[in-house]
Design a protein around this ligand. Sequence first.
Ligand SMILES: Cc1cc2nc3c(=O)[nH]c(=O)nc-3n(C[C@H](O)[C@H](O)[C@H](O)COP(=O)(O)OP(=O)(O)OC[C@H]3O[C@@H](n4cnc5c(N)ncnc54)[C@H](O)[C@@H]3O)c2cc1C
Length: 410
Amino acid sequence: MKSVKYLIIGGGVAGTTAAETLRGLDVSASIAIVSDEPYRLYSRIMLSKPNFFLQKIPFEQIWLKTESWYKEKNIELISGVTANALDAKAKNVTLSSGEVITYEKLLLAVGGRVRIWDLKIPEAGVFYLRTLDDAKAIIAAVPNAKQALSIGGGFVSFEMCDMLRLANLEVSLILREAHYWSPMLDEASGKIIERALEKGGVKIYRNAEVASVLGEKMVDGAILKDGTRLACQMIIAGIGLSCPTDWLKNAGVAVNHGILANEYLETNMPDVWAAGDAAEFRDVILDEQIQLGNWVNAQMHGRAAAFNMTGKHDPFKLVSFYTTQGFGITIAFVGDSRPLPERTVIPRGSADAGSYGRIIVKDGKVFGATLINRTNELGLISKMIEKNVNVAGREQDLGNASFDLKTLIV
Ligand SMILES: Cc1cc2nc3c(=O)[nH]c(=O)nc-3n(C[C@H](O)[C@H](O)[C@H](O)COP(=O)(O)OP(=O)(O)OC[C@H]3O[C@@H](n4cnc5c(N)ncnc54)[C@H](O)[C@@H]3O)c2cc1C
């Protein structure tokens, strides 16, 4: 039976950053990463960005580590293999290859997995976008398509519409909700994004759902629940993400939406940590349990978990943010921007003028914000969250777009 000091499940940015940090902290320890993808670390972010998608840059730029990097760092990458079972008491993980690896410390950095459509679909033409293989399949299909459907409102779907339009396809966007990215964004924000999409040639169907996909072998159209028939040869289904934790069910690791972890990224099981998109962790700045899906958070989680796996005991602290651009607009999310019932949403700027933010406040404290064409305020709002600035009674100032937020930060 193979035995390593540090075992990491997931070779994405969280897992690889953890391995790299561990190597820096513990020069002689044995470290192994198990990855069910057959690749070394690549930029998941680039998969939906124009330069990569439209092949304007060499494919090689997708790689964030060379093959030799793992050897040089003495980090074993076990790729194309899935971790199938965890015995947290015996401290071992069983892989799909049948191999069992025992560990001293384990990191679960398993990321997110796309939800698969439960509709009957043809053999080819329906795509998801999470992995490099997914992106390769979409890129290969584009030249044979004239019309595409993008399903779902969110970052990836927004970027996908942009890519497909840039590739000269006719694009229809199917939204189950009444406006884009409801309920995360309000109607005014959603409308700004929709205006930009429509100006860019995307046809939007609201309150709509695909009832059936036409075609035997290949996608040959779709019918919406209201009977509308749409011509398309490819469909990108962005219908949500889940956390791949089924294999942890019998291991005693506490799981909610993600793998539950405290502020040190420790799970409830001894010597088991969680990091990245998969971790639903205690955020000490916001004082709440959150799960995020962004690159910098995953990277910094990997680093923080590694420190704590080597015996440090430092809480993870970061105000996370996510930005995207396309169709001439920039959208940013910072902190925890969920408009939960006990929170107040303060609009800032003008939706009509297309420069519009929403600051999310609770108990006199800024929790997060959404910013459309106002990314210049991202840094200041991050600081307000980080420094726990008291904004009680300042709601009017926060809502006044010409009020300089800097004056609230001492
Ligand atoms: C198309 C796209 C565009 C994006 N753009 C942006 C962006 O612009 N900005 C931004 O901040 N974020 C972006 N993101 C999100 C960002 O990529 C993620 O937040 C980040 O990659 C999460 O890293 P991670 O290491 O936690 O998980 P992942 O990158 O998902 O890595 C987890 C790895 O673990 C593997 N795995 C899962 N279960 C097992 C198992 N049982 N055994 C073995 N391996 C397993 C998975 O297959 C995967 O390879 C984007 C995501 C996508 C899909």
